[in-house]
Ligand binder design. Sequence first.
Ligand code: TMP
Length: 206
Amino acid sequence: MSARAGTFIAFEGGDGAGKSTQVERLAQALREAGREVVVTRQPGGTPLGGQLRELLLHGGGVGPRAEALVFAADKAQHVDEVICPALERGAVVVTDRYTDSAIAYQGAGRELDVDEVTRLQHWAVAGVLPDLTVLIDVDPAEGRRRRRGEQDRLEAEADAFHAAVREHFLAIAAAQPQRYLVVDAAQPPEAVATQVRDSLRKRGLL
Ligand code: TMP
């Protein structure tokens, strides 16, 4: 990871974890602390990413390796167009999902080789990794209960798929506790937001 002026924070977690709410709450706290904040998400966050998101979530069949490659393409564009320029000018970048989503969903969920998926993802983002990743940990059954309306292609996967994704997220976080904060999604959203802010303050990031 190269030296950079800004701070990079990623939120990860299963579908229905409530990440997007927490991304917005943290962004607001950072802005109140006087920081420039760039909120973004994957897939998406760039014009190309928006089109790839549509294909990935609402398009036709996508095989596991094609899926991993298209998610990687979204990330490569996102890093070049949004994340690196913002970090270089000293902003805080808060992203809703990043490389660990691919490692958990395409690696553990689709049962691709986790090391290969990890290498592909890290290549796609040119080695730019978050200073802190907040894992909002949700029980798959609870995540499904919270998701209302039409399910996208990945949300519609079986509970066993979502259980494998969750276990892998937790394993990634356990392997590098200094770079991860795991928060229980079963708490009220305000309690989750407080825990996230407290942890950032302790780490000197807020
Ligand atoms: P979301 O924006 O609602 O969280 O939906 C994105 C979906 O895409 C979610 O089911 C997780 C999945 N995903 C992957 O499978 N691999 C990835 O690399 C990323 C960023 C997301």
